[in-house]
Ligand binder design. Sequence first.
Ligand code: NAD
Length: 275
Amino acid sequence: MKLKDRIALVTGGGSGLGRAISLLFAEEGAHVIVNELRPETAEQTVSSMKGPAGGRAIQADVADSAQVKAMFATIERELGTLDILVNNAGIAFGPGDDRAEVNRKSEALIMELLSGQGGQTHLDVTQNLSDESWRRMLAVHLDGTFYCTREALRLMSKKNRGAIVNLSSVAALTGLEVVPHYSAAKGAILAFTRAVARDVASRGIRVNAICPGYIDTPMTERMSPLIRTAVIARTPLRRTGEPHEVAATALFLVSDDSSFFTGQWLSPNGGLFIG
Ligand SMILES: NC(=O)c1ccc[n+]([C@@H]2O[C@H](COP(=O)([O-])OP(=O)(O)OC[C@H]3O[C@@H](n4cnc5c(N)ncnc54)[C@H](O)[C@@H]3O)[C@@H](O)[C@H]2O)c1
């Protein structure tokens, strides 16, 4: 077992990638704390765990500094330490985003291209984004990653050991026109990963990122069949990914197998982005 006697925190662990990561870490011997906004989903993850050290659920909105502080105070009081943090909690659209309209225009664009025309349809997502959507997107992804990282480093610094993995995205590498706010947040997470990796390397703490391509989770299940086909057509391996393929990447980055990796990103993406 690669994570025997380690204590791990996975944010947004009640669904999709967070759940797959939590279950794999538990199987590898870690005691896994599953953070969620929706506590019942975290409980479901914990009850599905097959591992000697089990886990526990903890509710907090990672975008709220006070809630994150309270979550880490509980972890310190009950467990005394933390070895692994996965900043995974996320949203693909902000409050009030017109997801149906973006999908409709994306489909119109694809049809235009298939018919050999172009230039008729304009996505115009950025000019229609609200302040509220922009702020919530950055709050969940970027503030959340910062708040959890700051508290985790305080615990990890006590023993000069730890591993942090941040969920970024191919959206950070290529820019995803349908979600400019999401792309911005994920790009900032990559820059933050690099800076913090340099900051805490002397303490034996490694910080890396994962930039997944399209993975089948509740986040992507509302893609229409046409958009899904277009994504697969642009993906050299000709399929979308599965959560266990991202979980395996996370396991590598938090285990001693990646002991010389810090400040890096790995991108399980089927070849969608090759860089
Ligand atoms: N699925 C993909 O194709 C894909 C690709 C690249 C990156 N990602 C990233 O991977 C991460 C996980 O995505 P997923 O596909 O599993 O999504 P998901 O929607 O299945 O799961 C995300 C979970 O995060 C939780 N969450 C949201 N806001 C939260 C908050 N403020 N505090 C605590 N928990 C919160 C949700 O309740 C949900 O359970 C996200 O950061 C996402 O941006 C996903």
